[in-house]
Write a protein that binds this ligand. Structure first.
Ligand code: 6PG
Length: 251
């Protein structure tokens, strides 16, 4: 099931996303005693993370039962200005009472393929599917946050790159030629097994691409965000009015 909510501006979007994150956490913790969430990078989620790191969410969410993962990471050290971990750490992770063991960082500073394999092992250990051959028990996140790049990428699934079509590995290293940099990314195997995926998209610059992704022809190699469609999960889009300005069908 896919749904879209249009907010008047980025502030309202961040507030709506914080409320939803808090509700997802409470539901998961009540249901299973913990909440597993993969954070997205880039600039859009910054305002959400800042909200979650302040009242009321700082006190409202049972952070000791929240496990923070990452949907993707740049292959840079954790204190690098490009690091998704660094942005999350500054805006949220350092502000809330999260046990260190609950923060599952992708090691962007390590060898890319080795870091990807290590992160997959960490996912298998956390989600209880250690057996490599046990393909039936793919990691199932309670929530995966995603953004949308102007080229239609999401996480670090970039157009015309192999991880977009991955059907076995959960985490892969991806050399993004146009950025001249290595990235680590969850693959569609894990993303499409999530209970819920929440895209946060804002700004006029994303408007044309958002319309293409949502209502254009299915061509995930060129528009990797289209590969995201959890069979047994929700796909939600929280967008601001500027990003929604070219949507032909508005809910
Ligand atoms: C990253 C993100 C990436 C991001 C989009 C949108 O590491 O950059 O994971 O997929 O979500 O590029 O980025 P903005 O929010 O900065 O537009």
């Amino acid at each position: 099931m896919t749904s879209i909510v249009i907010y008047p501006d980025p502030e309202a979007l961040a507030h709506g996303a914080a409320e939803h994150f808090s509700a997802c956490a409470a539901e998961a913790i009540a249901r299973q005693g913990r909440f597993s969430v993969a954070l997205s990078g880039g600039s859009t989620p910054r305002a959400l993370y800042e909200k979650l790191g302040t009242l009321p969410y700082r006190d409202q969410i049972t952070w000791a039962k929240v496990h923070i993962f990452f949907g993707d990471e740049r292959c840079v050290p954790p204190d690098d200005s490009q690091s998704n971990y660094r942005m999350a750490e500054q805006t949220l992770l350092a502000k809330v009472p999260l046990p260190a063991a609950n923060i599952h960082r992708m090691h962007g500073e390590d060898n890319p393929s080795g870091a990807a394999a290590a992160y997959e092992r960490e996912l298998r250990e956390f989600f209880g599917s250690d057996a490599e051959e046990d393909e039936s028990s793919v990691a199932r996140f309670d929530l995966i946050l995603l953004g949308l790049g102007e080229d239609g990428h999401t996480a670090s699934l970039f157009p015309e790159t192999p991880p977009v079509g991955e059907t076995r590995h959960w985490v892969l290293a991806n050399f993004v030629a146009k950025l001249k940099m290595w990235r680590l990314t969850l693959t569609p195997v894990v993303i499409n097994n999530a209970r819920e995926v929440l895209f946060l998209v804002e700004g006029e610059s994303k408007a044309a691409r958002l319309e293409e992704v949502l209502h254009g022809g299915y061509r995930p190699t060129e528009l990797p965000a289209q590969i995201v469609h959890p069979e047994e999960g929700e796909t939600r889009w929280f967008v601001d009015r500027a990003a929604a300005s070219q949507l032909k069908e508005v809910p």
